[in-house]
Design a protein. Structure first.
Length: 202
């Protein structure tokens, strides 16, 4: 059975996650251009926070979607939780290197746990695609939300592939998906989800 108190709690955290993701994008894409040190610090903090905040909403989504197809809902939960925890760990890795810089140029290397955003973007994108599909099939969340999640899922996978292959953050292959996902679709997904969970909407 679903817990209305947990759904309200998860709804609040989803809204906070959407805000944190938006602020991460501001820090990573805008602030870092004029103040690289401040931008790096803030983006690490908000990446860490957004990853942690996303975990409760993702569990709440699982409890909604398991009524449609349990095994697929579990798979989606595992993939999206891996993405959320990967974001938190990646942010924590960056933050640790900013606060106490190592002697070698370690921050230039990919994170050993989340190389080029494998979890943050790749796994999360695949998991969100399954989430969108289950929302469409079952109607346990607003149907319009599924369209946002489909687009977000594609953007995240493209962003991972761009970071893996192209590397240049100024390339349109990376910049366009980053702008669309970070400033629009990811915040909209979490804020809309948060409102749906808080109001116990289907």
């Amino acid at each position: 059975m679903r817990s209305s108190s947990f759904e309200r709690f998860a709804g609040l955290l989803a809204i906070l996650a959407g805000i944190a993701i938006f602020l991460y994008s501001v820090a990573f894409i805008i602030i870092s251009r004029s103040a690289p040190g401040t931008g790096a610090l803030l983006s690490a903090v908000f990446l860490l926070l957004s990853g942690l905040l996303s975990t409760a909403p993702l569990v709440a989504v699982y409890y909604r979607l398991r009524e449609t197809d349990g095994p697929f809902a579990v798979w989606a939960l595992l993939l999206t939780l891996a993405g959320g925890l990967g974001s938190a760990i990646h942010g924590g890795y960056d933050l640790a290197n900013i606060i106490n810089p190592p002697g070698a140029d370690v921050p230039a290397l990919p994170s050993a746990i989340d190389p080029r955003g494998l979890l943050t973007f790749g796994m999360a994108g695949i998991g969100l695609f399954v989430v969108a599909w289950l929302i469409t099939r079952g109607g346990q969340l607003p149907r319009g939300l599924s369209y946002v999640v489909y687009v977000l899922a594609v953007l995240l996978v493209v962003l991972y592939l761009g970071r893996l292959i192209v590397l240049n953050p100024a390339s349109p292959v990376i910049l366009v998906p980053a702008l669309l996902a970070g400033f629009i679709f990811n915040p909209v997904w979490y804020v809309w989800l948060g409102l749906a969970l808080s109001r116990n909407q289907k």
